[in-house]
Write a protein that binds this ligand. Sequence first.
Ligand SMILES: Nc1ncnc2c1ncn2[C@@H]1O[C@H](COP(=O)(O)OP(=O)(O)OP(=O)(O)O)[C@@H](O)[C@H]1O
Ligand SMILES: [Mg+2]
Length: 371
Amino acid sequence: MGEKELEFKTELLKLEEGPSVVSLRKCQLVVVDGPNRGKKVALNRNQLTVGKREDNDLVLTDTTVSRNHIEIKYQQDAFELRDLDSTNGTFINGTRVKEAYLAPGDRIKVGNTTLEFVAFDEKISIEPSARDSFGTLVGRSTKMRQIFSILEKISPTHATVIIEGETGTGKELVARAIHENSQRKGKPFIVFDCSSVAPNLIESELFGHERGSFTGAVKSRRGAFEEATGGTIFLDEIGELTLDLQPKLLRALEQREIKRVGSNVPVKIDVRVVCATNRNLRKEIEEGRFREDLYYRLSVVKISLPSLRERVEDVPPLVERFLQSGKFNLQPDGKLKVTKSTTTRSRCSHATNGRATSGNFRTSSNGPARS
Ligand SMILES: Nc1ncnc2c1ncn2[C@@H]1O[C@H](COP(=O)(O)OP(=O)(O)OP(=O)(O)O)[C@@H](O)[C@H]1O
Ligand SMILES: [Mg+2]
């Protein structure tokens, strides 16, 4: 489909002080055992090789390592390792492999050397965009303009994105804006809210099912992934996904194929994944409720939407947008009841009571509607 891979070279971004709204997933290979212990190499290119020969990206002096031992390719957000017919073979966490997808914490043994695959989120600061809107999103604060800037860059790629933020911070709007600014625009944008489907039905709603696969499955049905073919699936409240389903989603993302419930036939999927959560997934991982390998897979780009109280300067454009598009403000003849020129200022200070608002737009949006 000619979609760009996400090519984030660090030089594009510069680090600054202050809380960051964007993190990128970074991966490294670290030599944890063997003669070159302590050596590291960043995995930031589409292909990387490891071996004894001088022209490898990671050169190991271990004599039991082959001249060209392994190759790691970056494709569709995943790192895939391949053994290059090495003499002594390649082992991941003790199992000999020819090809495998890497997950954080994996131990790769080549000869007498052990490498660890390390993944982490790197907070970045990005030059704010000059624009004060992106799709249907509005905002003039530096943080929102930084988000617009990152959205401009990542929307056209295939990158999986995770959006964190309190309720009402605009997570769904960001997901839609990514889709609308990608080559997938015009193809389906499917919203799947993990918190609104009964846990025992999530699998069949996501991946579909065959007739008779469970009581009540009277007809075969496509799931949300198949519905989203060619487009984007927005997995809302991903933190609600139960632990038994997480490996199934991980497999679907890695293999780029799904199996309907009750079927053994894999179906190829061409779907971009964007997810959102109002939980802190790092904390969920620490507490054992979210799998790190799935988080790693989803968080190629992480956008942390700031709450409205951290960007009070965005209240006026939000109120304006709301007055223009809210049904509450329409007269029967289609004219606006309240127009910007008469009210925005007084209503903004009214909505915020002259101080930073504690709510986000969902809560403050009642303000103009009632008054
Ligand atoms: N930056 C913004 N620009 C324009 N409208 C916004 C913005 N942020 C929020 N809104 C509006 O606020 C409302 C809530 O936004 P949205 O549904 O995207 O939030 P959310 O983060 O998905 O919330 P929840 O966690 O409750 O699902 C919507 O009506 C949306 O149009
Ligand atoms: Mg939402």
